[in-house]
Design a protein around this ligand. Sequence first.
Ligand code: ZN
Length: 580
Amino acid sequence: MFKIRRIYDSTLVTNRTAIQQVKQISRKQFPRLNKSAINKITDQLQNPFRHGFRIVLFIAEDAGGDVKGFAILSHEPQLKFCFLDYISAAPKLTGRGIGGALYTRLRQEARLLKTIGLFFECLPDDPKLSRDPIVLKENRSRLKFYEGYGARPIVNTLYETPLNPGDDNPPYLVYDPAGYSRPLRRVIAKKIVRAILEGKYQNLCPESYIKIVVNSFKDDPVMIRPFRYVKKETLQQEIPPIADDQKIILYVNDKHEIHHIRERGYVESPARISVILKGIESTGLFERRRAGRFSEKYIRAVHKSGYVEYLHRMCEKMELGKTIYPYVFPLRNQTRPPLDMPVRAGYYCMDTFTPIHKNVYIAARKAVDCALSGAKSLLEGYRLSYALVRPPGHHAERSAFGGFCYFNSVAVAANYLSEYGRVAILDIDYHHGNGQEDIFYERQDVLTISIHGNPKFAYPYFSGFKDSTGLGIGEKYNLNLPLPENVDGEMYAEVLKKAIKRIQKFFPYYMVVALGLDSAKGDPTGTWNLTAKDFQQNGQLIGSLRIPILVVQEGGYNQKNLGRNARAFFQGLWNSAFIH
Ligand SMILES: [Zn+2]
């Protein structure tokens, strides 16, 4: 089994290893390829636009992360076309379906980038142009392979004019309209051919040669060679709209229903999950997977052991169906934990509406597992993942629960990812993300940002102030953006842009978004007026960062619009993460 994925950068560990392997394969497979061209791959991913082209790299890798093949595509956004530079499978693996899978992925990308299709060069299958019978045979089978997808050489031009008269094997220019049936207009084709000869062959083609070739395009539309090897009816035209590596990997807490507080007015209800699921399913953007099981040590890395242990033991001890609410809140820093276990709930809690019952530990632990699974997907090379969980987590501090939260799933996942590079946390819940602030307040490798209702009127009241900016080396790595009681989409977007600027300056490798949908119009816990359109815009702005993003579900309690708003957010996020 192998999977195909696009490599977006050379900063992530998994990508660096893959690029190393791509270089090795290309040295073996393209021995005549200029060494500096191979070394340039990394460089070009980091500074993508060169000579008007953006380099796009795809790899085929097996389950162990070994690269079995790769393809390099150049995207020209002005003229809206793609040029295929190289496609290769590792030695001895050619012909095992990897080439076909890679090529299908390239066609998907050409469609996604809204181009008119793929252009590439192929050695000729005409014995007059390819004199060695062995090479000729190879050329024929290659052209036959591409013809199976509808890609055929452009004819009746001088493209296959050898640079040096008499050279063997001058390449054809092949065009694959990537499933479209629009004719290729001459005026466009001429510009594209010039861009290819100037951009791809920089100093090799003299202007006089370029002119001869470009002016030889006389047909309008440009003529494509009739099918020679394949019957038109057997074409592999089907292009799935979304590639596997562009799916948002979804983890849903399947244990969340055991955490059900039946008291009237307890808005954090199990129905929230099914409403969101229903809303996002129809987009086709998600691939649902089972969450893995992670050790408690990841939780203890951000929460105090005493607190984790208390919650675990307290839940175990409780009778099923019983619920306790904390009712004594000793002033911290001066006190010792009360001996009586139910009383001690107040020692670890910050409000009177977040109860403990038998299943709290199991449900919260499972939510953390989902967030960690989502983080792991990013390490594997996926760009977007989503932990659709409850109970939420962003109010849980190092040793305190509250605000319906017990373990801070966002913080656990961010801390896990921070082993692999800088992480930014962006909390867009209506309420301040006090948990992350508390946990990362003295760290500079995890940037914490929260946009929320001003603590003057919004929960948790004691935190979220503008002047809480971090401590020690963490100074300036916590940014609070408190907003007034009435906020619309426009005002929100302005503040979100500020947050994004700060994130860009931080240059994170990964980002975790605490997604609260309680900033929506009509939310019983909020005062703002965001609509589906605003959520789409927010998703779009966040996706424009173009880094791997894990989204973790936090608040959002108006079941009438939860599904619609979640769908809009992810559509915006996906669009700007992949279409550019
Ligand atoms: Zn909230």
